[in-house]
Design a protein around this ligand. Structure first.
Ligand code: 4H4
Length: 227
């Protein structure tokens, strides 16, 4: 998987190169990360990348030419261009797994009031949102996508970790988990987890996963019963 991030803050995105498992995966070549400064494609003598909005309205918009040139600078036949936007399909684990099947994702980060609609209409394959709120820029959403998608790339998670035990993998939340000490501030680990009886442990975990989901996200239970 290769990610190319089209951004006005290239250094910010490259911080991922020294960020935990993502940094290790980049170093090991499991994932590739490029960060392209849209401003380098401005033909304006002041390197402007924004302008006033036709028809009036508050704020500024990112102009289409520098964005178009930055897309063309890295686009390949297999590329998918994603625009991070509050108007996009809201990211969930299903979309993460769908996007993890791609080979090359170009992540376009907006600023100001967004970008010229003609880029969205003619050069963006999918708008993706990380939630129903508006941020100052698309870089943090882009990093959310890179992190969540990278967990599904072979070799990024250690052998001892697996996405199949994650919350939302099967549409439910993860069961409660515990580690040493067995007694912490007088609070004990559930006895079943110390029993060594893997059948009992698996059954307990499945029931707990349902109960946690029922308590915290009953909407997920409705969604899974509708499917
Ligand atoms: C893009 C603001 C588009 C407004 C932006 C619009 C998110 C989000 C986000 C900086 C950029 C904002 N990106 N999930 N939420 N014209 N990006 O807030 O569509 O209203 O991903 S617009």
């Amino acid at each position: 998987m290769r990610f190319d991030v089209l951004t006005l803050f290239p250094e910010f995105v490259l911080g991922l190169q020294s960020y935990g498992l993502i940094g290790k995966a980049i170093e090991a070549g499991r994932i590739e990360l490029g960060s392209i400064d849209i401003r380098n494609f401005s033909r304006d003598k002041h390197r402007r990348v924004d302008d006033a909005i036709f028809g009036g309205g508050p704020g500024m918009l990112m102009t289409p030419e520098p964005i178009y040139e930055s897309i063309q600078s890295c686009r390949r036949a297999e590329s998918k261009v994603l625009f991070l936007s509050p108007q996009g399909r809201v990211l969930d684990q299903a979309l993460v797994q769908e996007l993890a099947q791609e080979e090359h994702l170009i992540l376009l980060c907006g600023h100001y009031e967004g970008i010229d609609q003609r880029i969205i209409d003619h050069y963006v394959d999918m708008e993706v949102s990380i939630g129903d709120y508006v941020l100052t820029g698309g870089e943090i959403p882009a990093m959310v996508l890179i992190d969540s998608i990278s967990r599904f790339i072979d070799g990024v998670l250690g052998n001892e970790e697996s996405v199949t035990e994650d919350s939302h993998y099967d549409g439910l939340l993860k069961y409660p988990v515990y580690t040493r000490p067995r007694v912490f501030q007088g609070h004990e680990v559930p006895e079943v987890l110390l029993s060594g009886d893997h059948g009992r442990i698996e059954a307990w975990r499945q029931e707990q996963s349902l109960e946690v989901t029922r308590q915290k996200r009953p909407d997920l239970l409705k969604k899974s019963s509708d499917n």
